[in-house]
Every structure is written in structure tokens, then in C-alpha cells.
Design a protein around this ligand. Structure first.
Ligand code: NAP
Length: 253
């Protein structure tokens, strides 16, 4: 982290679901590279704490409560960002839910609805809100998952919603070109609150580590580095791509 550059000086970045875990890691990385970052999540106290942590690292940070499936809060996220910073250069769509571990055929309809709503539809709706404000050179990064390629049994339906994000990346890259690039990061397993049911049990954790070629789980910094690359001008000729950051786990549809 000490050797990072300043690729986002003068840029404004919104990261959804960014008060902890991978989203926070991405906000921190973009901020350390000079961006003014807007962090958001469902709970005010988490937003306030994240803003404080970022500011303590010298980052220009602003927080807005935004449950991604709440239309008014999505609108507010974009409006407040524009009021505070005047523009939007980067949007990272990171929110997801995995409310159940049932098989697909046993997943109840309200759970199916929630998975599609948070993991896919809300990403689209955030971008519909932000779209008119994205200018030439802007960039969108969607956060999918290695589970998009091989949905594991306990994450099957979640994995399928993440597969949809791969298609969404391709479709939006075409739709938003040439002004806005749209790319995607597909993280492997990262020990966060979200993945705690997989990564806190030692034998499960070991099993996941052994699935990688690099014999370790990912870190939020690994994911942040990839997202920052795709969002930056270093990737100015890259759009519609999925960057798998999973320690060499198999990734082919
Ligand atoms: P995490 O550490 O549990 O953090 C989740 C963040 O999202 C929190 O800041 C939470 O704050 C916020 N959040 C949750 N639901 C939200 C909603 N509906 N609207 C707005 N904010 C919401 O999770 P994570 O592991 O970093 O996961 C982030 C992304 O990475 C997800 O898209 C996930 O699918 C993907 N991913 C994770 C892994 C992994 O192994 N961890 C692997 C592949 C992909 P509040 O509680 O305050 O809302």
C-alpha cells in the first residue's frame, strides 16, 4: 500500500455498500490514490464510522446512507454527491445479498426476488440514476464473484445472480461506450463478514485455500487493487472485461 500512485487525483468516486469489507477496501484505495470518495450503506452509524476511518487516513470522504434497493436513497446518493463534489467519475457497484443457502429448486420466491433485486436490479437502477451525469472518461466497475463461474452448492442462486452481472458488464459496456467504460471484478473468497460462514471454520477455510493455486484466501486489498486498475486511466482501452481475482481458481463459463 505504501507504493501506490495517485491515479484518481481530482476524481470523484462512488462506491456502494462500502462501509466495510471489499467496498470499504475499494473506497480506501481510490481515496489513497487521490479520489474524493462517497461511501454508503444501509446504516448511518456504519457510514459515519467509515467516513471517520477514511478521513483519519487523509482521504477526502463523504458518506450517504443508501440501501441500494431504496429508490429515494439511490436518488439521494447521486444528488448529494453532485451537490458535494459537482461530478461523478467512477461508480463501483458492490452491494449484494445472500439471504439463504438452499438449493435453487428449494429457494422460496421472496428470497429469489431479494437476490435478483439487490444483486442485479439495484446495480442497474443505481446506474440509471447516475448515467446522465457520467461524462467522457468515466468508469463503472461491477463486483461479481468467482461463484458466477461455478456456483457452489451453498451459494448456487447467489452465484447465478453474479453470472448475470457478467452479461450486464458486456451489455452496459456496449450501451455506455464510448464515454463510459464498464468492467467487472470477480473476487475469489475473501474473509469478510459476508463470507464469514465459509472462512471462519478452519477446515472450510483450508479447503477454500486449497482450491486456489496461490494457497491463500484473497484480501480486500487484492480486490481494491483490481477495481482501482479497471477504474483508472491505466485501463483506458479496457471495457466490457471481467477481471477474476481468485488466486487462480478455475473461471470459465
Ligand atoms: P461485507 O464485508 O459483509 O460488507 C458488506 C457491505 O455492504 C457493508 O458495508 C454493508 O453495510 C453493506 N450493505 C449490505 N447490504 C446493503 C444494501 N442492501 N445496500 C447498501 N449497502 C449494503 O461484504 P463483502 O464480502 O465485502 O462483499 C462485497 C461484495 O463482494 C458483494 O458484492 C459480494 O457478493 C462480493 N464478493 C465477496 C466475496 C467474499 O468472499 N467476501 C467473494 C466474491 C464476491 P450495512 O450493513 O451498513 O448496510
Amino acid at each position: 500500500m505504501e507504493k501506490i500512485g495517485k491515479r484518481f487525483e481530482g476524481k470523484v468516486a462512488i462506491v456502494t455498500a462500502s462501509t466495510q469489507g471489499i467496498g470499504f477496501g475499494i473506497a480506501e484505495r481510490l481515496g489513497l490514490e487521490g479520489a474524493s470518495v462517497v461511501v454508503s450503506s444501509r446504516r448511518q452509524k456504519n457510514v459515519d464510522a467509515a467516513v471517520e476511518k477514511l478521513k483519519a487516513r487523509g482521504i477526502k470522504a463523504f458518506g450517504v446512507v443508501c440501501h441500494v434497493s431504496n429508490a429515494q436513497q439511490r436518488k439521494n446518493l447521486i444528488e448529494q454527491t453532485l451537490q458535494k463534489y459537482g461530478k461523478i467519475d467512477v461508480i463501483v457497484s458492490n452491494a449484494a445479498a445472500n439471504p439463504a443457502v438452499d438449493t435453487i429448486l428449494e429457494t422460496k420466491e421472496p428470497v429469489l426476488d431479494k437476490l435478483w433485486e439487490i444483486n442485479v436490479k439495484a446495480s442497474i437502477l443505481v446506474l440509471q440514476e447516475a448515467g446522465p451525469h457520467l461524462k467522457k472518461g468515466s468508469s463503472v466497475v461491477l463486483i461479481s464473484s468467482i461463484a458466477a463461474y461455478h456456483p457452489p452448492a451453498a451459494l448456487a442462486m447467489y452465484g447465478v445472480t453474479k453470472t448475470a452481472l457478467l452479461g450486464l458488464t458486456k451489455a452496459l459496456a456496449a450501451e455506455m461506450a464510448p464515454n463510459t467504460r464498464v468492467n467487472c471484478v470477480a473476487p475469489g473468497f475473501v474473509p469478510t463478514h459476508f463470507a464469514a460462514f465459509l472462512t471462519t471454520d478452519e477446515s472450510m477455510k483450508k479447503g477454500l485455500e486449497e482450491k486456489t493455486l496461490l494457497n491463500r484466501l484473497g484480501t480486500t486489498q487484492d480486490m481494491a487493487a483490481a477495481a482501482a486498475y479497471l477504474a483508472s486511466d491505466d485501463a483506458s482501452y479496457v471495457t466490457g472485461e471481467i477481471l477474476v481475482v481468485a488466486g487462480g481458481m478455475p473461471s470459465r463459463l
